[in-house]
Design a protein around this ligand. Sequence first.
Ligand SMILES: *Cc1c(COP(=O)(O)O)cnc(C)c1O
Length: 355
Amino acid sequence: MLPIEVQRSATPKTRPAPEGLGFGKYFTDHMFRMDYSPERGWHQARILPHGPLGLDPGAAVFHYAQAVFDGSKVFRGKDGQLRAFRVLDHSKRLAASAERLAMPPVPPEVAREAIEALVKVDADWVPSAPGTSLYVRPVVMASEAFLGVRPADKYIFFIILSPVGSYFSGGAEPVRIWVEQQHTRAAPGGLGGAKAAANYAAGLQASVEAKKRGYAQVLWLDALEHRYIEEVGTMNLFVRIGDELITPPLDGTFLPGITRESVLTLLRDWGTKVSERKLSIDELREAHKKGELREVFGTGTAAVISPVGALGFQEGQLVIGDGKVGELSKRLYDTVTGIQYGTQPDRHGWMTLIK
Ligand SMILES: *Cc1c(COP(=O)(O)O)cnc(C)c1O
């Protein structure tokens, strides 16, 4: 067990009302912090009041974007119990992301313990209204004040917590997605496979343009040919053609989502035909023409399953499944959230009870 010093906040905040939570607007009373130096490695694990980090403006993170993060959730079940979803898998991914950016990884067991210890301190911040949860955001970033270009030699690992609302107040509404044919998000050999802050910066301009056109998010195509489907916004993508469920294979250009992996596991449990294979935009249009394009949805921690109702192109749009939520999208959403809130059996050991 990691020794963690706890300094409690002297000025606890009032809890926000569950209806107005939204996503990432409120923070709990505490945060976790640990520091890295070449001499001491990761050291001084502590929980302290949520507040500024106190960084030098020369800190490498501000100049060369050496920063990675992750995101997972803790749920309060009907039974009052707190359950964290796949917290060790999220911690392993944080370590892998850090290594891709030449940063010292936080050992996954340490990150997991830190998350659980922090959630215990702020346990009464986990909301209980249906669809709400506590979002956990760990970050590793370079803190050394130095402008030479090389990996920094000082880092901070911190974790903050945010109570979040139901992504779909009033049921899942299919979203309209713009198929992006100019911008690219990540190229082969790049950072796409890591949850790097820089990937998000790369995608913002295209998402602003998509919103101006009346679309909620962007569908990213491969960087080389602009033909193959990769991700939707910051979610992994699944397409149902006839009875086959297709998702692109992990090739390092997009993130290995934990929701993606959970959905693949459930689909295989159910005996659904699933393929991890390349899918071109031409094949998608062809399937639509033949009336075989039945469902399209994104997967990610924030929304779990986000149904896509229409895909927009320069030349017009494809409406999917009459713009309604598909049968498998609904079943997957109900099953994953059932496991998370403890109303469905956790056959794969995804949940950790936090006591
Ligand atoms: C976080 C993220 C996802 C989804 O991953 P989950 O582990 O399912 O939350 C997908 N794509 C990108 C680019 C992401 O950053």
